[in-house]
Design a protein around this ligand. Structure first.
Ligand code: ADP
Length: 395
């Protein structure tokens, strides 16, 4: 186990800045996913920790040691990559123990470590199998066992599940979480798959264009995204965004009008533009909303396409332009909101409906910088039940 710290790490390739002033401080035993779109600098960041790439500037510490210029073998790390590079002519035992044999480990200790690692990844009884006699998932477990026997301070994993089929990938996610619980080792895990990051990590580091956008527990990234990028990247389907203008205590957009509590948002005044963000599950049919609704917050819409998913239905709503029959603009312009509703909801395509946005879960972002201005645009309800009206509502 070890703490890992990156201080102002920058990596430039000619005119490309792959990683820009990255600051990360990972706790002992923490499982952190680096997540972001392709090319955002995830692998480069990991490679600087591994020692496969030397940063242009900045400093890297593993435990209390500065390792910025140390070769990979002296860093106390083990890596697992997307491409499972097993030696085809060696059985599982020899593949797992390869690194130990290079270092002339005593046979008895090597046997012990290999057996323990095989137990952890559930490959007991398979030590004499050859790689071509194993499934993709089993081969990936051999690769993980090979990392485990080295007893590293830090595991570095770069998309290790990317080549597995969808079902196996989900199983392996659970296995990696179990592995992390058992080994209690710091894990840095690179993935472009936000669902993988959400389900496995203690904290997610979201990267974009070489820069750290937010590092926080998965649900914090989900519920309190630091900016519009994180809001759009984390969560599937993605958050809806609607450009709107402040008009008194209302947010007005084409086809939408929502009241808000001006005290919840600092630095926004009359006539300012803000980006409103709302997740599909926070859009409700007015008739299904459990809370009392100000009628002026109920928005008339028309449904477009439905996607029944089994556990929920995704309902695409037409934008005003589309509903008016002039939906010939580009896709972005035409897109209305996406709403998710219970599977037993009585709803069809091309119908009129009334929706409301959950104002407690409506996000506002600065149009220019993308920074979050507010998560929720109503003040939290008072918890006290003193006084007439409140107590009258307590049944
Ligand atoms: P990710 O892992 O998030 O997909 P990378 O860290 O691989 O992103 O790459 C970040 C950026 O750095 C990309 O623009 C990529 O093209 C560039 N890059 C990475 N490695 C090299 C290299 N060896 N030479 C030049 N550019 C590179």
């Amino acid at each position: 186990m070890a703490r890992v710290r990156l201080t102002d790490v920058t990596k430039r390739y000619d005119d490309v800045t792959a990683v820009n002033e990255m600051n990360l401080d990972l706790k002992d035993g923490e499982f952190v996913c680096l997540v972001g779109p392709s090319g955002c600098g995830k692998s480069t960041t990991l490679e600087t920790v591994a020692g496969l790439t030397k940063p242009t500037s900045g400093e890297i510490l593993i435990g209390d040691r500065e390792v910025t210029n140390l070769p990979p073998k002296d860093r106390g790390i083990a890596m697992v990559f997307q491409n499972i590079a097993l030696f085809p002519h060696m059985d599982v035992y020899d593949n797992i123990s390869f690194g130990l044999r290079l270092r002339d480990f005593p046979q008895a200790e090597m046997d012990e470590r290999v057996e323990e690692a095989a137990r952890v990844v559930q490959l007991e009884g398979m030590l004499d199998r050859m790689p071509d006699e194993m499934s993709g998932g089993q081969r990936q477990r051999v690769a993980i066992a090979r990392a485990i026997v080295r007893e590293p301070d830090v595991f570095l994993m770069d998309e290790p599940l990317a080549n597995l089929d969808a079902k196996l990938r989900v199983n392996m996610r659970t296995e990696l979480q179990r592995l992390h619980k058992q080994l209690d080792t710091t894990i840095i895990y690179v993935t472009h798959n936000q669902a993988e990051a959400m389900t496995m990590s203690d904290r997610i580091a979201v990267l974009n264009r070489g820069e750290l956008q937010q590092i926080a527990p998965p649900l914090t990234c989900y519920n309190e995204p630091a900016n519009r990028f994180v809001a759009g990247f984390i969560g599937s389907p993605s958050m809806n965004f609607v450009r709107s203008t402040v008009d008194g205590d209302r947010l007005e957009a084409e086809g939408y009008s929502v009241s808000f509590d001006t005290a919840t948002v600092d630095g926004v005044g009359q006539g300012d533009e803000v980006e409103m963000g709302i997740r599909p599950e926070d859009v409700y049919l007015t008739e299904n909303s459990e809370e009392a609704i100000d009628p002026s917050d109920s928005i008339a819409v028309e449904t477009d396409v439905l996607e029944p998913m089994g556990d929920q239905i995704f309902v695409y709503l037409k934008s005003l332009a589309q509903a008016a029959g002039s939906g010939m603009g580009d896709a972005e312009e035409r897109a209305g909101l996406l709403m998710s509703v219970d599977p037993d909801t009585d709803i069809g395509e091309d119908q009129s409906a009334e929706i409301v946005l959950d104002r407690g879960r409506l996000h506002l972002f600065d149009v220019a910088t993308g920074e979050a201005l507010s998560h929720g645009v109503v003040r939290q309800a008072a918890t006290t039940t003193e006084g007439g009206e409140d107590s009258a509502q307590v049944d």
